[in-house]
Design a protein around this ligand. Structure first.
Ligand code: C2E
Ligand code: MG
Ligand code: MG
Ligand code: MG
Length: 288
């Protein structure tokens, strides 16, 4: 009896595994099709100067506009895109689209001359032999200044292949492109690479920002990261700011910039343009 139960359990397991493998395969095929059919879209989430709430830039965040399922967020497909290498063409699309859009905005809005565009770069893209020339080509085609572009990399991306990363990032930085560490503090942190890769700024992960204002030891993490950024002459952005209290605390800590639902969710380009026109993304009551 026990044997039979064991067997049936394992065949249930097999069925579940097979189902999951089929789902993955189906999503993978749909991803390939989505690239051909150009079903990806770029959403833009504003980044503001803390205190003044003045818009300083946007982060480009990819969305999959699925014909049946509607708008799908990156958590549902980025991991698979990374595994299959499909992140390279998707990332190339995001790069071109976001740079082209920012160039348009800078031409259209006289006072958007200092608004930057932040773009996420995966490890696969960093390993692509054409990355630097691809970016140069995009800047040339769109007329966007290199100084308008911030590339976001995670700690694990840098650690995977530090030799390649040093070479490629050095070339990008020579052209005036800025480099930021995304989700800072969540990965394998080695402080020496901040210097080695000549990093321009840190983005403090939401999980730490959520600890701001708590009265325990965890509350000390954000001030420490902000202090580290200051001491190394780097910029610092708090991610996932949702409440006025968090914004107040971060301002008192002298954190330079913030991004989060408090200011705006990621939005399609027309709504992003409206945010450029508004320029100040909070109502002033929020520091009281
Ligand atoms: P990320 O680069 O750390 O981007 C920030 C994520 O936090 C975004 O999720 C954003 O919508 C979310 N977020 C921002 N503020 C708040 C807030 O106040 N509360 C909460 N709960 N969430 C907030 P999203 O758009 O789902 O993107 C998830 C991740 O997918 C990104 O994390 C990034 O790692 C990856 N990703 C997105 N677009 C691209 C891309 O074009 N290329 C690559 N390689 N990765 C991308
Ligand atoms: Mg990012
Ligand atoms: Mg992040
Ligand atoms: Mg994140």
């Amino acid at each position: 009896r026990a044997k039979r139960r064991g067997k049936s359990r394992s065949s249930t397991f097999d069925t579940a595994m097979r189902q999951e493998a089929l789902n993955t395969l189906r999503t993978q095929m749909q991803l390939r099709e989505a690239i051909v059919r150009q079903q990806f879209e770029v959403y833009y989430q504003p980044i503001v100067a803390l205190g003044s709430c003045r818009l300083t830039g946007f982060e480009a965040l990819v969305r999959w506009n699925h014909p049946k399922r509607g708008i799908i967020g990156p958590v549902e497909f980025i991991a698979l895109a990374e595994e299959t290498g499909l992140i390279v063409p998707i990332g190339q699309f995001v790069l071109r689209e976001a740079c082209s859009q920012m160039a348009t905005w800078r031409r259209r809005y006289a006072d958007a001359g200092d608004v930057s565009i932040s773009i996420n770069l995966s490890g696969h893209q960093l390993g692509s032999p054409t990355l630097v020339t691809d970016i140069e080509q995009v800047l040339e085609d769109t007329g966007l200044a290199a100084s308008a572009v911030k590339l976001e990399l995670t700690e694990s991306t840098l650690i995977d292949d530090p030799t390649t990363a040093t070479r490629i990032l050095g070339r990008l930085r020579d052209r005036g492109i800025k480099l930021y560490i995304d989700d800072f503090g969540t990965g394998y942190s080695s402080l020496s690479y901040l210097h080695r890769f000549a990093i321009d700024g840190l983005k403090i992960d939401k999980s730490f920002v959520d600890m701001v204002g708590r009265d325990d030891r965890k509350a000390a993490i954000v001030p420490s990261i902000v202090g580290l950024a200051h001491n190394l002459g780097m910029g610092v952005v708090a991610e996932g700011v949702e409440t006025p209290q968090q914004a107040r605390e971060l301002t008192l800590l002298d954190c330079a910039e913030a991004q989060g639902y408090l200011y705006s969710r990621p939005v399609p380009r027309d709504q992003a343009a409206a945010l450029i026109e508004r320029r100040i993304l909070c109502d002033g009551d929020y520091m009281r």
